[in-house]
Design a protein. Sequence first.
Length: 356
Amino acid sequence: MKQQSQLACRLPIFLLFTAALCGSATLKGGQDPRHADEALIPSFSYEAGVRFLDAKATEWSEKRKCVTCHTTGMALLAQPLVSTSPQEVHKTRAFASEYLKEYLNASRVPKGQHGSLTGMVATTAFLALSDARTKSGLQPITRKGLDYAWRNLDESGTWEDWLQCNWPPFEADTAFAPTLMLIALGELKDSSPSIALRAEDEAGATRLMGWLQSHPPLSLHDKGMRLWAGLSWPKLNSSKLRRQWTRDLKKTQGKEGGWSMASMGAPSWKHDDGIPPSATSESYPTAFALFVLLQTGAKRNDSSMVKGLDWLRSQQRVSGAWFSASPRRDRMHYISHAATALALLVLREEPGQSDK
């Protein structure tokens, strides 16, 4: 199984599940946050951020015709809570559902990373999160996706063939997949008394937790994902680890209020030219750190949170996006789409956003 992932990493068209799983053509139309010199917006606009996220989710689906963690997946995660348009939420859900359905029903032949295990498991997890957040109940296609995920779970307790091509944080190691799935299953079971996980889901969750517990986190980002997953699965992390990882997140906050990709990364996270991740505060690691800390008990009026929220608010671009540089390749800053989704989730409880 691992050999297949390593082969995919050597083939350029397969390198891009995070940067562009579905090909390397440039997205066109509208402003795109792939240039660090895009001007900052004169005044923070939540609505502009939502419009950007909605537009990018639609654009990616229509032009790339695939599901990616950084764009489609994060839109499935965020739109039910931040978008003011039920139609936009439905469009993203409908596309992801059809994408999964075509491969599960064998009406579409897998090719490269289209229909690969990575894409199928990730799409299932993000759809499950969307099911939970839209309060629509576990949809039949998501159920089929979970069945697929458990059939293909390796004996080790994770998906060993998860794409690992140095596209952090989503395709850098095998730890992202089990944490993402545990987060999704947890939100599903916590979202409604009418949703009961099947025995195979509980068994799968137990195996995923077992793998995580026997494989210590390699990065601060991984620690953050495990803290997030632990909200619904309290036996995943010991209280000692929860306290330690929370301290680790807090102590890496920069003086200006943000977090850097260098603080989040593992030693293996390197740019194509060998340069390690930037030590400058960026939107993705800041939004991620704030999101996890606020979800796991930090108070919004805590001085460090206020400082972080102020920094994040100040970094919005004129397109409505929050720019974050690709930790691997200069021309493919699609992690900005994920940064925007997380920033909107973090800032939705700001004054004036309580109706979101």
